[in-house]
Design a protein around this ligand. Sequence first.
Ligand code: IPE
Ligand code: MG
Length: 228
Amino acid sequence: MDGNGRWAAARGLPRREGHRRGVEALRNAVRAAGELGIKVLTIYSFSAENWTRPAEEIGDLMALLKRFVRNDLAELHGNGVRVRVIGERSGLEPEVLALITEAEQLTRANDKLTLVVAFNYGGRQEIAAAARKIAEAAAAGRLDPASVDVAAFERYLDTAGLPDPDLIIRTSGELRISNFLLWQGAYAEFVFLPMHWPDFDRAALESAIDEFRRRERRFGGLKAGTGS
Ligand code: IPE
Ligand code: MG
């Protein structure tokens, strides 16, 4: 979800207004994903690096997150959405931690759509944390280092048990991954849209999915039906 600030600047509005409109776009995107039968939707809501922004903007983003959970959790739950939060939790303010736990606990039995919220998330940090946990388990004699392969490693990531993303969409015209799902996105298809996030809607999601459908995915192999 990129481009909230530029969306606001282009209209002579404060960045805060861009973020507020961004939450509305998010609400619509979650509804559209459910209607389109998407099973897992991951949103990059706040990166591990976003803490370098001015305190005022961080305060605005935290306030919006809290308001989103308080206002929308009941509707999400009613629509069968399971909420799962990935990212580093230590150091988060108690109020935010409590809302994360509440959202996950309330919705844990839902299975229509899993909404994965990447919050205080960084792909490198996630991989380093997994390596640390593996090293600790090995040092304690609970894990055989020789058993650490791709499947074993994945069990230590925040996304354990979730499928890899098929499609990663970034708005605002930036052509970067910015520390998002570095491990999980190894074979994801990327669609970069020029629009800023507050303008993202169901039609934009459908156009990205249409583009995804036209891609030929080989996962390092050969085109299906191609011999030798
Ligand atoms: C994305 O919009 C929102 C979050 C990072 C939470 P930006 O705030 O990055 O907006 P730009 O990129 O400055 O326009
Ligand atoms: Mg940005």
